[in-house]
Design a protein around this ligand. Structure first.
Ligand SMILES: [Zn+2]
Ligand SMILES: [Zn+2]
Length: 137
């Protein structure tokens, strides 16, 4: 069964051809302040495996690594749905909070762990990085 999801009000919907997803849990300020808690969980999809419907508003900002991060959210209900970064062209990071079934996700790493709040430590036995993992090569 393909992964599906959407915003709270239902105007933004998506469906992926993938049936499970991995990605990272992020404790950066942008993720924390838009999450309602201390972190956000992102599921990574190759952009051509996921289809979105409904209009979204976007917000751009520069990440620590100098990339431009574009976060897209529903203009009606404010739910964050996805983000894209110039550092990972061709990939779409979907907020797992928007999944219809959040158990279709397995986190593979924790990033910006040094900013994690004392009450929001991740329990999963996966690699934890202070900031982003070192780039390949
Ligand atoms: Zn909405
Ligand atoms: Zn983040």
């Amino acid at each position: 069964m393909p992964i599906s999801g959407g915003c709270v009000c239902g105007k933004v919907r998506y469906e992926s051809t993938e049936d499970k997803a991995g990605g990272g849990i992020c404790h950066c300020d942008d993720c924390r302040k838009t999450s309602g808690t201390g972190h956000a969980a992102h599921a990574f999809f190759p952009a051509d495996t996921i289809t979105f419907s409904g209009e979204m508003k976007t917000y751009d900002h520069k990440s620590d690594s100098g990339n431009t991060l574009t976060r897209s959210f529903c203009p009606e209900c404010g739910s964050s749905v996805l983000s894209q970064t110039t550092g990972m062209p061709g990939m779409t990071a979907v907020r797992v909070s928007s999944f219809d079934d959040p158990d279709r996700y397995s986190p593979m790493m924790v990033v910006y762990n040094k900013r994690a709040a004392s009450w929001d430590k991740q329990q999963a036995d996966i690699p934890h990085f202070d900031e982003m993992p070192p780039a390949d090569g």
